[in-house]
Design a protein around this ligand. Structure first.
Ligand code: PLP
Length: 497
């Protein structure tokens, strides 16, 4: 057994039952859901690790703050409390509340970007990329070299490649670069953190070239925690001090507060530039709400302000990071490789390596997701070729994801050590007998974001029912796409939710 996580610095005052189901019930549920875990009803899931977004538990202090919420349309006390807390943390004079992170992205990028302009980043999150592209821009990722090695224990695989950033800013595309976006932690890169040295270097380059630097700050506290653990020069700093410094290095941020805001919904756009803030505010009023509520209720703003005071508590962050490390350790002991080093918000399982008999177009990450559900009522999310790949009309592979992963995201303050141990035991049972696990074939799919809506069916991969041949050898072998690397059974994370 791995080392037990550090004791939670809280106890429960309100509880919510979780359903226990039988294997037969789960088989029926999965059939009904067309083998897509997004189609399950919550009451069919025992441990829900689909996402850490908006799924956390509120504190007693947050619920008390909610009762003080001021629902005045304009000038609410709640807004002024919220703005004070965000201003103290970030130093940004202009703070625009929004209903969730992508609204801040839409408002910022549609105000900032013109057609043909470029944003550069460590790795854009998928909604960030979508909002850059919707504004007519192009989002380019410049992850550091270590990020491509899933097994590397490098502590800051969320860093941007500063040399590549310098080359781009001074090269022919330099004049088209409208902003640099640093995502803390890099959700599209396995939840890996960004070092302060890398962020400071990026800020210097941005200043030298007159390009604004924005943070995508959804997990600013978890990033700060990993900096205090692993970056020389920051071991004596508190996570709060690191977070303050990070915000001060940038010209503004977009932030989904469904993560490190410790609330079920909310977000904000923070800015230094008064002219940009004024233009963004016009769009805010037209599309989200008046600037003192921005699509949120007064009580949401109060709960968010309180959440931002709680989330940098070192005892909370130590316990949360300890739980993630514990799950990663249980997975390794079960013989399942994880993206190393595990970050804070999720453990990414290397399904491609665990299930080498399932080719990318039969979705090993999804196969492992379905097995975890059937075996233990656990819901995770595939981050592999079901999400990023493409097949022709006969189901033959055209594009495969670089890695076939399953993400197990950990909701904040929700599950206990015994829940995590259930996940570990379930994984161990599955890992003992992987060669019988089927692959999956898509029977119906949407033209966009297919992983949310597609219907699938299991395909036995080991025998095809007619003999000993595997289904995968009976099919044409995967053809590398001209621009997309096909590296089916190794390394590196892909974008996610
Ligand atoms: C969740 C997330 C977003 C989008 O935020 P929503 O609140 O889901 O709209 C943007 N960036 C990152 C890094 C995220 O994790």
């Amino acid at each position: 057994m791995g080392e037990a996580p550090i004791m939670e610095p809280f106890r429960a005052k309100v509880v919510e039952p979780i359903p226990f189901t039988t294997r037969a019930q789960r088989e029926r549920s999965l059939e009904r859901a067309h083998h897509n875990l997004f189609n399950l009803r919550a009451e069919e899931v025992t441990i829900d690790l689909l996402t850490d977004s908006g799924t956390g538990a509120l504190s007693a202090a947050q619920l008390a703050a909610a009762m003080l919420g001021d629902e005045s349309y304009a000038g609410a006390r709640s807004f002024h409390r919220f703005r004070q807390v965000v201003g103290d943390l970030t130093s940004y004079p202009h703070v625009l509340p929004v209903h969730q992170g992508r609204a801040a992205e839409r408002i910022l990028f549609s105000t900032l970007l013109g057609p043909g302009q470029i944003t550069l980043g460590n790795t854009h999150f998928d909604t960030t990329r979508a909002n850059v592209e919707l504004a007519g821009g192009q989002a380019r990722d410049l992850p550091c070299r270590e990020a491509a090695d899933l097994d590397s224990p490098h502590p800051f695989k969320g860093d941007i490649d500063v040399d590549a950033l310098h080359r781009t800013l001074t090269g022919p595309d330099g004049p088209r670069v409208a902003a640099v976006v640093m995502t803390l932690t890099s959700n599209g890169m396995g939840g890996q953190p960004v070092s302060m040295a890398n962020l400071a270097g990026t800020a210097r380059l941005c200043r030298a070239h007159g390009v604004p630097l924005f943070l995508d700050a959804a997990r600013f506290a978890e990033n700060a925690w990993l900096v205090t653990r692993n970056e020389p020069g920051y071991r004596d700093h508190s996570p709060r001090e690191v977070a303050e410094q990070a915000f001060r290095l940038a010209d503004g941020c977009t932030a989904s507060m469904k993560k490190d805001g410790l609330v079920n919904t909310g977000g904000f756009l923070g800015l230094r530039d008064p002219d940009l803030a004024q233009r963004c505010e016009l769009l805010l009023v037209a599309t989200e709400g008046f600037p003192t509520y921005g699509g949120l209720a007064g009580r949401d703003l109060d709960m968010l302000a309180q959440g931002l005071l709680e989330v940098t508590d070192p005892d909370y962050l130590r316990s949360r990071a300890g739980m993630t490390a514990y799950l990663a350790q249980l997975a390794r002991e079960a013989g399942v490789s994880v993206v190393e080093p595990p970050g804070v918000h999720a453990v990414y399982l290397n399904a491609g390596r665990l299930l080498p008999h399932i080719p990318p177009h039969r979705f090993p990450g999804h196969a492992l997701a379905c097995a975890l559900y059937l075996e233990g009522g656990i819901r995770g999310v595939e981050c592999g070729s079901l999400y990023l790949g493409k097949e022709d009309e006969h189901g033959n592979p055209l594009v495969s994801a670089p890695w076939e992963l399953l993400r197990l995201a950990i909701p904040r303050r929700v599950y206990s050590q015994s829940h995590i141990e259930h996940v570990g035991r379930t994984l161990a049972r599955i890992a003992r007998n992987t060669d019988r696990l089927p692959g999956y074939r898509i029977t119906e799919q949407a033209p966009l974001l297919r992983h949310f809506k597609s219907a699938l069916e299991p395909v036995p991969v080991h025998t095809d029912g007619f003999g000993a041949r595997t289904e995968s050898t009976a099919q044409p072998s995967p053809q590398p796409h001209p621009t997309t690397p096909v590296a089916p059974h190794q390394d590196a994370p892909t974008a996610s939710r």
